[in-house]
Design a protein around this ligand. Structure first.
Ligand code: UDP
Length: 319
């Protein structure tokens, strides 16, 4: 009989973390979910809590993570962090601390347990990119002292310390650079474009396009992303790998698509572009294709419909 594997997911009550916990349980892992619920939400994991293979620990990983010596941990998925531009403005110190101190503690735990480790990094390490689409070899164009710098630099530090643990301590580490991802369990009010536009449309409010709306993003459905992350964790590749969907569009086109899909009566209005908002973003996923035999499978309309259905289902809930 195959030995049951045990994984830890930091940020496991968040959007991506909760999908990851669910994915691992479906693969018959035992899962320990650690979250301090700063931006995570217990409602994201309430359907998992009756499963005897699932454990939730409320803890801020900026502080030492205490896991019993007796417990074997095979894999650690490090996903804890605020992840929306308005979070960075409201939680700048927490964002820096979880990316730096939290990553250090999580790597320390991985070392103590001889566990495999994967860091949730981000396309934000490329900043406002001067190379397009972005390949893993691009070093980025980041403003370290701008409002987004707290996230970008924390993740760049997190990548650096992950590589240091790999090179110095020979830890089996992986780094995924996650591009814009969407799906059920995003927070309705986290300010990111997908929940913002969908909820505005569902309430027949005007859609707030920032700037002239010509900036581009490329949207990946959460299930595709999680599959790519799992495959990367099982690989023997240690340098960063982009995971995202190269289907690129302008924010204005995206707003029009949401109005059409929701049959909303909303209009589009224009607001100021936030400082350092990247003008273009599209992942080059040739490496993930070659290395992991992975590419996104979910069509944008299908994924958006599932996301719209989710937001409809929680419309009257306080989020
Ligand atoms: N955006 C927008 N209206 C909104 C929220 C976001 O036009 O209500 C734009 C934002 O300026 C950015 C893009 O949508 O160009 C994606 O923003 P998001 O906050 O989702 O994340 P980012 O990709 O910037 O990290």
């Amino acid at each position: 009989m195959l030995k049951k594997r045990r994984a830890i997911v930091t940020g496991g009550a968040g959007f991506l973390g909760s999908h990851l916990c669910e994915y691992l349980l479906n693969r018959d892992y035992e899962v320990i979910c650690i979250d301090n619920l700063l931006t995570g939400d217990l409602r994201n994991i309430e359907h998992l809590r009756s499963d005897s293979r699932f454990e939730f620990i409320k803890h801020n990983i900026v502080y030492h993570i205490d896991i019993s010596d007796k417990l074997i941990i095979d894999e650690i998925y490090h996903f804890a962090s605020p992840a929306s531009p308005i979070d960075y403005l409201e939680l700048p110190i927490q964002t820096l601390k979880v990316g730096a101190l939290g990553t250090h503690n999580t790597l320390g735990l991985a070392k103590a347990k001889s566990a495999k480790f994967i860091l949730a990094s981000t396309s934000e390490v490329y900043g406002d990119p001067l190379e397009h689409p972005q390949k893993e070899t691009y070093w980025g164009n980041v403003n370290p002292i701008g409002p987004r710098g707290v996230y970008d630099e924390a993740k760049r530090f997190a990548e650096a310390i992950t590589m240091a643990y790999h090179r110095y301590h020979k830890l089996d580490t992986h780094i995924v650079r996650i591009f814009n991802t969407y799906g059920p369990r995003m927070r309705a009010k986290d300010g990111r474009v997908v929940p913002a536009f969908i909820n505005q449309a569902l309430n027949n409010e005007d859609l707030t396009v920032f700037g002239d709306g010509r900036q581009t993003r490329s949207f990946c459905y959460v299930d595709d992303l999680i599959e790519g992350i799992y495959r990367l964790m099982q690989s023997d590749y240690h340098l960063p790998v982009n995971i995202g969907n190269p289907c690129e569009m302008t924010v204005l086109e995206f707003a029009e698509k949401i109005i059409k899909l929701t049959n909303a009566k909303s209009k589009i209005i224009f607001k100021d572009l936030p400082e350092d908002d990247p003008k273009i973003r599209q992942p080059d996923i040739s490496l993930a294709k070659k290395l992991l035999n992975w590419s996104p499978q979910v069509q944008l309309e299908y994924g958006l419909q599932k996301t719209i259905d989710y937001f409809k289902s929680i419309k009257d809930r306080d989020r």
